[in-house]
Design a protein around this ligand. Structure first.
Ligand code: MN
Length: 478
């Protein structure tokens, strides 16, 4: 991905009203003169970095203030300007965004130093104040990763590791898959260069091999949908290199990865997703146990789609993903899709949805209130949120997200504190289990309660894995 210049940037802004374009241009001129005489390690003028960050944000249809903040994001730290200047030259919103991004600039996630831990904490909790700060930070990190070749090998590895440990999970949690997969691939390229090249070469080969067959299926499905008058667009989607690497490291063979390439079928409305599913199944036999309905059961980061793997042409197994055009925007951009889908209301909806729909958010707020010490906070977030997660069902089929190793105790408290406080036993997949038995992905969990129970026992604190459950149990003891 090459750096863009001012013209290309301005072209990207055609959808913005004239007045907004003028302010964005003003922010560019402003940042450009402030960074005058500063250069990047590549030898380019420094302004090319904020310009590219703003370009990434414009690609997400970010609001005007966010784009201005992207252009100005390094000025508070690297130049003489102050926040007060910025408020009077622009506005408070822009100044706050830039200030927010600046506060999280000198951080280092893998280091134990107090200063760095404090910064890491700010990055993570920045989400709770204004999610746009994190999005600007993600765009900033993305451009730095794209231009990492100019740094020393030590810096490359350090940045790549930090990206995997903190920015990739954050991108995943807000559903920004496009950024997430690019960050993963860029990181892997520096962390395991040989492995990266090997997978890339093999992938290209398989791509050449299977392209004709995928194209033929694509055209076939297109003509079937056209006959039924279902508006659609179909694309071939490839798994990223890191996704393949992860599967290989779990012991799978490359030839067993059925979703290396997938057909992504986008249609106009939900009802047509299911009609399309039926039509695809009539043409190509599905594998029964590979069907997933993420429309009725969305992922906890709001990803929605139907997935089905079918016997395609030339005996190839092909995954098809069926979703509406709007679902596809959420699938690519996550929370940031609201900028395009909701326009002026985007900011409010983003912050509201984060609070009410994204399960990780509540856990994050909880950990933030419970752990005053920065080192403990970072350790707990890594353990409870940034490591492997499991997804289990309530008796009604709702999906509850928990850290790996979580028990029915954690489940009960996550559903409702009262459910935990009156719990006397648990069924997992219709089998009676001890209440501290570790849950597995896709378990169905039913909590048995008794209003007359004595409440949680003190030893449950040790059995619980989540900060929230532990706090409620402790509160009950007091
Ligand atoms: Mn920067």
């Amino acid at each position: 991905m090459n750096n863009i210049n001012l013209n290309e940037f301005m072209e990207k802004l055609t959808e913005y009203p004239q007045l907004e374009r003028e302010e964005i241009n003003k922010a560019y001129q402003y940042a450009s003169s402030l960074h005058e005489g500063q250069y990047r390690q590549s030898g380019e003028a420094y302004i090319s970095h904020p310009l590219n960050v703003a370009y990434i944000l414009a690609g997400m249809h970010a609001d005007k203030d966010t784009i201005c903040a992207g252009l100005l994001h390094d000025t508070l730290e690297d130049t003489k300007i102050t926040k007060e200047d910025m408020i009077s030259d622009f506005n408070e919103d822009i100044a706050n965004l830039v200030d927010g991004v600046t506060k999280l600039s000198k951080m280092n996630f893998s280091s134990k130093k107090e200063q760095n831990l404090a910064n890491t904490r700010k990055i993570i909790t920045g989400l709770t104040e204004d999610v746009r700060i994190i999005i600007i930070k993600l765009a900033d990190r993305l451009h730095n990763m794209r231009t990492l070749q100019y740094k020393s090998e030590f810096k490359q590895k350090e940045n790549a590791l930090e990206t995997m440990e903190i920015f990739v999970p954050l991108a995943y949690y807000i559903g920004a898959y496009r950024i997430k997969s690019e960050l993963e691939d860029l990181s892997l390229r520096y962390l395991k260069p040989e492995m990266y090249k090997r997978i890339e070469e093999k992938k290209i080969k398989i791509e050449e091999d299977s392209n004709a067959c995928l194209q033929e299926m694509l055209l076939k499905i297109e003509s079937i949908l056209a006959k039924k008058e279902i508006p659609n667009e179909i694309k071939i989607r490839t798994k990223n290199i890191y996704g393949v690497y992860k599967r290989l490291s779990q012991g799978h063979k490359l030839s067993d990865i059925h979703d290396l390439f997938a057909l992504k079928i986008m249609v106009d409305e939900v009802e047509n997703c299911y009609r399309t599913l039926g039509l695809v199944h009539q043409e190509y036999h599905p594998i029964n146990d590979k069907f997933k309905d993420y429309i009725c059961n969305p992922k906890t980061n709001m990803y929605k789609s139907l997935h089905t793997t079918v016997f395609g042409l030339e005996d190839r197994l092909v995954q098809t993903q069926i979703r509406t055009f709007n679902m596809d925007k959420i699938a690519s951009f996550g929370l940031t899709a609201y900028w395009e889908l909701e326009q002026k209301n985007a900011r409010r909806i983003m912050q509201n949805d984060l609070k009410n729909k994204y399960q990780f958010f509540k856990s994050l707020v909880e950990i933030n209130t419970m752990f005053g010490d920065n080192q403990e906070f970072v350790r707990q977030v890594k353990m409870e949120l940034f490591q492997d997660r499991i997804y289990v069902y309530t008796p009604k089929g709702e999906i509850i997200e928990l850290p790996k190793g979580a028990t029915p105790i954690d489940f009960a408290y996550k559903v409702h504190p009262n459910l935990g406080n009156t719990m006397v036993g648990a069924f997992v997949n219709e089998k009676y289990v001890p209440i501290d038995c570790p849950l597995q992905n896709k378990d169905r969990v039913k909590i048995i309660t008794d209003e007359l129970s004595f409440g949680p026992r003190e030893d449950w604190i040790k059995k619980a894995q989540t900060t929230y459950a532990r706090r409620i149990i402790k509160e009950f003891q007091n």
